[in-house]
Structures are given as C-alpha cells and as structure tokens.
Design a protein around this ligand. Structure first.
Ligand code: NAD
Length: 469
C-alpha cells in the first residue's frame, strides 16, 4: 500500500527528480516518499499534453464520453485501494462521511459528467443567414488541487476538462499527493499518452504552472491568497481561470427552527471532514430566543462523535490534515478564549501523537473576533447571538468571501426570501454544503471566479466560436 509512487508524464511512470515525505496526520509517521518534479519535468508534462491535444480534441464527443465512463469504472474497481490511501495521507475515516464516501462521490461525479453535452446553438437560421455557436476545447488545462478532498476535487477538475477535449497537467497538494498519483497511473488505461499527466512537487511547481505559457487555462481549488497569485501570474498569457477559493460561510438560525428535524444536518454542515470543507458552515448566527437551546443541542450531538485514527473502525472524524493547519486552528481558539468566548466543548488539542483536535463549540462569539472573521478550516464553530434579521443579514454579508450560506427555519418561504439576500454562490435552506453534480457550484466575491459542475461547469472548459455562414 505504501509502495512507491511516480510522476505520470506522456502515459509513462517517471521517477521524480527529487522526493519529499508525505506524513500520516494520525501518527505523524511517513506514509511514503512522493516524487518531486523538477521544472524540466513540468515542461515535459506540459509538452506531452500539448502533443496529445490535437488528436484528443479531434475525437468525437461520443468517443471522449466513452473514455470518461471507462475512467468511472476504473475508479470504482479500485475504490478500496484509493480510499485507504486517502485515509493514510489525509486522515479522514475510511467509513461514514470519509474516504469511501469521497471515492463514491468521485465515481458518481465522473458518471454524471459523462452525461453532459454542449450542443451547437443556432443563433440564426433563415433566408438572411446562418449563425451557430460552437464550443471548442481550450488546449492544455493545468489543475491544482488542495488537501481536503484530494481525489474528489481532482475528478471535478479533470473529468470536464477531458470530456470537452482538453489535455491536462494535474498537480496535487504536497500534503496529499499519493492517491492522486495512483489515480493518474490507473486512469492511463482509458486514455492515450499525454492526455492526463500528474506532477507532484512542492508549491513552486504550482507557481511554475501559473507562470507557464504552455498552459492555457488553470482550474485551481485552494485558498484565496494562493488564488490571487495564480490570477496575477496567469496574466502572462491571459490564462483562462476557474478559481474555487476559501469560504467563511454564515448560517442563520431563525427562531422557528425545527431542531429535531435539522440538528443532524446542522452539525454535519459545520463539521463535515472536520470542518476542512470549503463550503462548510463556519459562522453560526442564532436568534436570541433559541440561542442556548441550539448550543445545547449541538453540544449533545457532539458528545456522540468520536474523533480518532481514520483507519480504525467507529471513528467519525480523523485528525486535522497537517501540522500548519492544526497550529492555526489551535491558535484561533486560544485567541477566541482570550477574546471572551465560552467554550461549550473541546477547546484544546488532544495530547499525544497526531494532529487531533476535538469538536469545539464556542458560544458568545462576536463579529470582529478572528475566529468569526477568518476562515478556521477546522472542527470549530463560533456561535453568535442576534436579534434583528436585517442586522444579521448585513453581518453575514460583511465578508470578503461568498462561497455558501444557509438559513434554518420551519417556514420555507420566509427562509427562501432571506436566503436570496445572502451574497454567496450557493445558499441552502435547512442544509449546508449539500453540493450535487447537476447544480453549478462556485464562489462570488473573493471566494472564486467561475463555476464547476453541470453544463455551465463543462462550458468553462471550452472557448466559444461563432460561425457566421
Ligand atoms: P493552498 O492555497 O495552500 O494550496 C492549494 C494548492 O495550491 C496546492 O496544490 C498548493 O501546492 C498550490 N500552491 C501553493 N502555492 C502556489 C502558488 N504560488 N501558485 C500556484 N499554486 C500554488 O490551499 P490548501 O491549504 O491546500 O486548501 C485549503 C483552502 O482551499 C481553504 O481556504 C479552502 O476553503 C479552499 N478550498 C476551496 C474549495 C472551493 O471549491 N471553493 C474547495 C476546497 C478547498
């Protein structure tokens, strides 16, 4: 399982010019050494993708769709191995809402993506002329992924890109490269050489991709700070960009929330993947009349949640994925305590090996505290009291981010009307973060540019050509 890993360049497994260790966040032990691509190897991967592009773009949609469906089958056949690898390097549990669920989602997303089409649109067809709109592949797409859902997010990038006729150079996060390298190796069975290349390396490989004129578009998922760098560097050749960036999603609980019906969804909307989910609920605004009750119910639900080693059965949540993120979460909570929050559960890391941090619920949080204003990306929720709905909507919108949001109420019409006033790309009523492959997903404001999923997401992997004849 922990074996050896190679770059995938032009259909072949290639040894990295160097290597770097990948750590198991549950034990801090090294899972395996990952290959570190040199800049020359990145060039080779981009050249291979450029060479493969004309023939891949020239295939029919039906032929490329068949390849995408074959990739779904390969993923499904190898799901157990990939899930175990994700758990070893990422930390999340194998079962529950963990790595098997992630790989299952990747299979479902791949199959759904294969069903998408971008038919020719007729703009004019009469005696005066014929004008049609065609979708063309862009060229070489660079995919840069984060460490929270390494396989699922890679699938979100590469499947629409490949279906639309592009070729790809994929760079996983240095924290979680192993499952992605193995994925790249397995998927070669469905693709001609050079259509999908995988280069792991440290952050400078991502920067070199953003700088590279051989890449026509970048699909990037990661932090807003890095997204800005990708955008600035991409200007070198006017790269097309899809940026899926950080979020600081607000959830607003109205006085008439049905807690029996929604507490489970509320908890997992916050703590899915240990809060290391882009569109997780990260600031919870609760009306004064139900404030203490909501806090108590969340704490009661949390009491049944077991955090532990992902490979061991019965654990609902694993460790935080890496030491830097662990220290950030720890620091934010320490500061929040100094700022005056009330710790209802958790509040300090578990002693011993591994980056384990318990589910932490912080009452009496206020806007202006770092734990509220910044993205914590960990198993911690600040709960903020409000009384006026207009004020709380303004508070929810007072953020540079605009990824997701939610409203919790038993009056669906009232909740919808409030949801419509939230400045974010996705907004849910009595749920949070429930994404699906047939609904476009993306951030507004500094949470991103463009969308993924559905026909709109596929369209972002194409350029428009209008034929006047
Ligand atoms: P990150 O920005 O640190 O890294 C993301 C990727 O960018 C990694 O592969 C990294 O190696 C690469 N990278 C680093 N420096 C680079 C540079 N200068 N140029 C190009 N690439 C570079 O993010 P992370 O810590 O891996 O992920 C956590 C963040 O991702 C959170 O903010 C989270 O909200 C966000 N995220 C967003 C979505 C979404 O869909 N909007 C999904 C998942 C995660």
């Amino acid at each position: 399982m922990t074996g050896s890993y190679s770059l995938i360049i032009d259909g072949k497994q290639v040894q990295g010019a160097g290597q770097f260790p990948v750590r198991d966040p549950a034990t801090e032990a090294i899972v395996a050494e990952a290959p570190a691509a040199s800049l020359n190897q990145l060039d080779a991967a981009i050249s291979a993708a450029r060479r493969a592009f004309p023939a891949w773009a020239a295939l029919s949609h039906v032929e490329r769709k068949a390849a995408v469906l074959k990739m779904a089958d390969i993923l499904e056949t190898n799901a157990a191995e990939l899930a175990e690898l994700v758990t070893r390097e990422q930390g999340k549990p194998i079962g529950g809402l963990g790595s098997q669920w992630e790989i299952g989602g990747a299979v479902a997303w791949t199959r759904y993506t294969a069903s998408l089409e971008l038919p020719v649109e007729t703009i004019q067809d009469d005696a005066n002329g014929h004008v049609t709109l065609h979708r063309k592949p862009i060229g070489v797409i660079g995919s840069i992924t984060p460490w929270n859902y390494p396989i699922l997010i890679a699938i979100w990038h590469i499947m629409p890109a490949i279906l639309a006729g592009n070729t790809v150079v994929l760079k996983p996060s240095p924290n979680t490269p192993l499952a992605t390298l193995r994925l790249g190796e397995l998927l070669q069975q469905a693709l001609p050489p050079g259509v999908l290349n995988v280069v792991s390396g440290l952050n400078q490989i991502g920067q070199a991709m953003a700088d590279h004129t051989g890449i026509d578009k970048i699909i990037f998922t990661g932090s807003t700070a890095t997204g800005r760098k990708v955008m600035a560097s991409g200007a070198v050749n006017l790269k097309r960009l899809t940026l899926e960036l950080g979020g600081n999603d607000a959830g607003i609980v109205l006085p008439d929330i049905d807690l029996d019906a929604t507490i489970e969804k509320l908890f997992w909307g916050i703590f899915l993947n240990n809060g290391q989910t882009c569109a997780a609920l990260k600031r919870l605004y609760v009306h004064d009349s139900v404030y203490e009750e909501v806090c108590e119910r969340l704490v009661a639900y949390a009491a049944n949640i077991v955090t532990g080693i992902g490979l061991e059965e019965g654990n609902h949540l694993g460790p935080i994925q890496n030491e830097m993120q662990f220290n950030r979460v720890k620091g934010l909570v320490e500061r929040a305590i100094i700022d005056g929050v009330r710790v209802l559960c958790g509040g300090a890391p578990r002693k011993g090996e591994g980056y384990f941090y318990p589910v932490t619920i912080l009452a009496d949080a206020k806007d202006g505290m770092a734990i509220v204003d910044e993205e914590q990306f960990g198993p911690v929720i600040p709960v903020i009291r409000y009384t006026e709905i207009d004020e709380v909507i303004a508070q929810a919108n007072a953020s540079q981010n605009g990824l997701g949001g939610s409203v919790w109420s038993s009056d669906i019409e009232k909740a919808r009307a409030i949801a419509a006033r939230l400045e974010c790309g996705s907004v849910w009523v009595n749920a949070h973060g429930a994404i699906r492959p047939d609904a476009p997903f993306g951030g507004v404001k500094q949470s991103g540019i463009g969308v993924e999923f559905a026909a709109l997401g596929l369209a972002e992997c194409t350029s428009v050509q209008v034929l006047h004849s």
